[in-house]
Design a protein around this ligand. Structure first.
Ligand code: G3I
Length: 360
């Protein structure tokens, strides 16, 4: 089965795998794994040995990873079984690649790309332009040198990974939280509002085959901020800027996320512009959810199941990426927001995702 996404025909690994996935999903529904995942339970059912990606409903199933953990056998075995799409959590960002001006070190990102390609996985580059991960020297640059540094960075990094990444988060989090418009980043100050269009054009020149995404948080449901994001990407498309999709990060809590109808409507209107939609960085916090541990885990399972279920139901939603997969390694200190616990046991949340991908 070939799935066509914009510039790339991303051939799945063959009809056999698709049929296997369907058989697996069916078997799971019939409880043939000896542990049906249909009934929400407060404690996780017996582990399923089948990876999330085999129940993937035609979507790419991804996770953020860090190169330093790839040599951990439990980490790598879990990552290899469940996912077919990889995002570098931080090691392909500007401050890591070019901590000293003019000296690009791609080793960590290359390690992630090589490992993923060795397993037939796709890679999303993250992220070319973001206010949150710039090298210290950039802020000290004379204004006259800023544009050259901006252009050289995008050309160098997107060029280095040309043909090795399926997609890029070209610009990350350019929208202000209050829905007033663009965030006042150093890029906007130095280059004007068109820095976003410029970044996409430069990335496309450097890697014409890559799918190019705008990525942001708190713009998942219908809101003032998601309206501004919608306006931005609609304008970019109207200007002929090479943009292929929008990433909805989905950093939420089990008691705080948009209504499913609102999320579906936002996905649909973005898809209506001819754009792909990704859930790009999903995690679901539970530390502040009242009640017992079991009730927190059950609420987390419901959130994962229902949100991923919206992506499964929306044809324009092309990938679901979790911002890590084990609570042993999450950016959210003091919380347990992911699908596996700190001992790599599958949590109820894992089964919520598995059921959503199995359309249950
Ligand atoms: O691994 C090194 C460690 O060896 C070193 O001793 C330590 C101190 O220098 O740094 C460690 O690396 C840190 C890395 O996280 C791993 O913990 C980096 O300094 C730190 O900058 C990095 O933070 C990342 C952050 O983005 C900034 O790049 C987080 O992991 C990552 O989860 C976070 O991800 C962002 C997305 O890119 C955009 N959306 C929001 C999301 C959460 O903030």
């Amino acid at each position: 089965m070939a799935v066509v996404f914009s510039r790339r025909v991303i051939a799945a690994r063959g009809a056999v795998e698709v049929q296997l996935a369907l058989l697996v999903a069916l078997a799971a529904g019939l409880g043939c794994h000896g542990n049906s995942t249909t009934a929400p339970t407060t404690t996780a059912p017996a582990p399923v040995a089948v990876g999330l990606r085999t129940a993937a409903a035609g979507k790419l199933i991804g996770t953020a990873v860090q190169s330093g953990y790839l040599s951990d056998s439990r980490y790598h075995a879990t990552f290899a079984r469940d996912f077919n799409y990889v995002t570098a959590e931080y090691e392909m960002k500007w401050n890591v690649i070019e901590s000293s001006r003019g000296v690009n070190n791609y080793s960590a990102g290359d390690a992630i790309v090589s490992d993923a390609q060795g397993q037939g996985m796709q890679v999303k580059g993250h992220t070319l332009i973001w206010h949150g991960s710039n090298p210290v020297w950039l802020g000290a640059l004379p204004a006259a040198e800023f544009r050259a540094a901006f252009e050289e960075h995008i050309r160098a990094v997107a060029g280095h990974y040309r043909g090795r990444v399926l997609a890029w988060d070209v610009v990350n989090e350019a929208m202000a939280d209050d829905g007033s418009g663009l965030r006042d980043t150093v890029f906007r100050q130095q280059l004007g509002d068109d820095y976003i269009a410029d970044a996409f054009r430069l990335a496309h020149e450097a890697d014409p085959q890559a799918l190019l995404f705008y990525n942001d948080y708190n713009g998942e449901g219908l809101s003032a901020k998601s309206d501004r994001i919608y306006d931005l990407v609609r304008t970019l498309r109207a200007q002929g800027v090479p943009i292929d999709g929008v990433g909805l990060q989905v950093h939420v809590s089990a008691t705080g996320y948009p209504s499913l109808a609102s999320l579906a409507s936002n996905m649909r209107r973005l898809a209506g512009l001819g754009l792909l939609v990704n859930i790009s960085e999903m995690d679901v916090k539970i530390a502040n959810v009242p009640g017992s541990s079991d009730s927190r885990l059950a609420a987390q399972r419901t959130a994962y199941h229902d949100i991923v279920g919206v992506c499964v139901a929306e044809p324009g939603c092309h990938a679901v990426t979790f911002w890590g997969f084990t609570d042993a390694h999450t950016w959210i200190a003091g919380d347990d927001p992911l699908l596996y616990d700190r001992q790599y046991a599958q949590k109820p949340a894992f089964f919520g995702v598995f059921d959503a991908l199995s359309r249950k």
